[in-house]
Design a protein around this ligand. Structure first.
Ligand SMILES: *Cc1c(COP(=O)(O)O)cnc(C)c1O
Length: 392
């Protein structure tokens, strides 16, 4: 009898008890709005911003309603105009081109290498068309950030980092989100901290920080922030910056704050699962692992591998055979998007673009989540099933 995996690929861990207790206190207080604070009280959102700024080493931090809102807020703060071209990765998730398109701007997709990172040659070729690169660290793969920033500087590109999959990751000791002008994170359930929905933005730029705080809907309450520039930064902006409400509330911040000190521990556990998967799939004929550079400190919350040379029918068959044995693989090469697997040609609000290298990479790329509710034995079993089906 073939072994079958019975775990759930979308089951996250429960919210920690101390976070639940704090959330209950906030609810008992009735003060859920971030600016609804008692005398002398900072409020959970302001405290979370202070904590996350310290965690990333950023000067300023703003908590918002979602990761997608964070990306859009950064673009707005940089005065992206309708019709403007904004560079981004061809391999990313829908909220990224969505944030660009929501401003009436045009996503221009940059090719993907077989390491699942942005292609530097294609980036340099397309850089003269744009002012901004929204760099997506898709599935946690961090490109050579030193080289990337050199290219950006050479072309005068402003970099916004989409760190939805890299909260807690680093390149050469620098936290992901701290190379570009702005770093954007998501605290949605499937990311590295879980508040259902939520986003965080970091920057060292006082003007951008002030603008984003005003955009998020701070009214004239910005002096209550603890990770914001001083009131002088707001003076020149406060009458001219529209309110595009997208604040975080004290309830979500209360759920998140206790999860931050334990993030390094979760990263270690994710990476232990990642290594079990890697070891289980190593030396499987016909299966290519994604090599991770030495300078990258990644968070292995998901796992990708390629099956070079397999055609669409063989990929479909494999996904179906693994599914029959309880292993949910996502295939980014399918003609029709399913679940979260939409890709550049599914985003028809963007101009159609030729991306042969990305298409070739995605055509045989498979992806799976490694939730922390899986044990190392679970992951070893998943790897055995995948290996057996690849060899079948
Ligand atoms: C989840 C995600 C986002 C946006 O996050 P939301 O909080 O869901 O809006 C952005 N980029 C990538 C790559 C993501 O996976």
């Amino acid at each position: 009898m073939d072994e079958i995996f019975t775990g759930n690929f979308t089951q996250q861990e429960p919210i920690p008890e101390d976070a639940i207790a704090r959330a209950v206190e906030v609810m008992r207080s009735g003060r859920l709005h971030r600016y609804n604070t008692a005398p002398g009280e900072a409020g959970e959102v302001a405290l979370l911003e202070q904590d996350f700024a310290a965690f990333t080493g950023a000067r300023y931090c703003l908590a918002v309603a979602s990761g997608g809102y964070a990306l859009g807020c950064a673009l707005r703060a940089l005065d992206v105009k309708p019709g403007e071209r904004v560079l981004t990765n061809a391999f990313t998730l829908a909220p990224v081109p969505g944030a660009i398109a929501a401003l009436g701007a045009q996503p221009v997709f940059v090719e993907t290498t077989e390491h699942l990172t942005i292609d530097f040659e294609d980036l340099a070729a397309k850089a003269p068309q744009a002012r901004i690169l929204m760099l997506s660290h898709m599935r946690g793969h961090v490109c050579d950030m030193d080289r990337l920033m050199e290219i950006a500087r050479a072309h005068g590109l402003i970099v916004i980092e989409d760190c939805a999959h890299t909260m807690g990751a680093e390149w050469a000791g620098v936290p992901s989100g701290r190379h570009g002008a702005v770093g954007c994170y998501s605290t949605q359930t499937y990311k590295h901290m879980n508040s259902g929905e939520g986003g965080l933005i970091v920057t060292d730029d006082a003007e951008l920080a002030a603008k984003m705080i005003l955009l998020s809907g701070s009214y004239m309450m910005y002096p209550r922030h603890l990770a914001a520039p001083g009131p002088e930064a707001f003076e020149a902006l406060k009458y001219d910056t529209p309110n595009v409400s997208g604040r975080m509330d004290n309830l979500r911040a209360a759920i998140l704050r206790p999860q931050l000190p334990s993030l390094p521990d979760r990263v270690m556990r994710w990476n232990a699962l990642y290594r079990v998967m890697e070891a289980g799939l190593e030396d499987t004929p016909g299966l290519a692992l994604i090599t991770r550079p030495q300078a990258e400190a990644y968070v292995g919350s998901s796992f990708q591998f390629r099956l070079p040379g397999r055609d669409a029918k063989a990929m479909c068959d494999l996904v179906a055979r693994c599914a029959a044995r309880g292993v949910e693989l996502k295939w980014f090469g399918a003609a029709e998007p399913a679940g979260f697997t939409s890709r550049h040609d599914s985003w028809r609000y963007a101009k159609a673009q030729r991306l042969p290298q990305t298409d070739a990479t995605l055509a045989n790329l498979l992806d799976l989540r490694l939730p922390l509710t899986f044990s190392e034995a679970d992951v070893a079993q998943i790897a055995r099933i995948i290996r057996a089906e690849v060899l079948a």
